[in-house]
Write a new protein. Sequence first.
Length: 194
Amino acid sequence: MKSWLRSFNIYLLAAGAVFAGGCSSMHRLNPNKDYATLSVFPEGRPADSLPVQVGWNKTTMYIEANPILTEEDVSKATLVDRPDGSYEIQLTFTGHGKTVLEMQTIGKQGKHLVIFANFRPKGWKEPEDGAPAAEGTPQPGQPRMIFWLAAPLIPQNGISNGSLRFEPEASHADAEKIVLGWNNMAKETHKGEE
């Protein structure tokens, strides 16, 4: 029992070190740029998944506990304006992201991918009380920072082209900020890679 407990504590310590390293790298980002994080979750079953409220209508979706893709898998984000005045976000993923997207969507037609974004505007600092940023409508003059953006349906044959396109449930201005934040994060994440 003691040896199992000691092993568990070592793994817990290692996991904590990895988490702390990831958080500290966020603090090393240029404070004069906008950044956004991304988490793409596969839809799960209600019995063993987490409920989240997606979009303007707060549609309840059930997601698996861990994202399949994050901002580290983004190669490029683009805001695509349509002639009818609507708009979409297109995410192009790295080689790793493309492979994961394909593997996680083949055979899952009819399910959704649930997309989460966390936007941090330039100059933003953590609140002194440690309170998280509020989701939904911000106070006047404050940016909306936490978004359950969309839940696009997985097509019949999965997604094999390494690109995900969806209509965000965010204003055009917020969508522009998020896309800029994802592109800034992609540049930081892939700095020095060729």
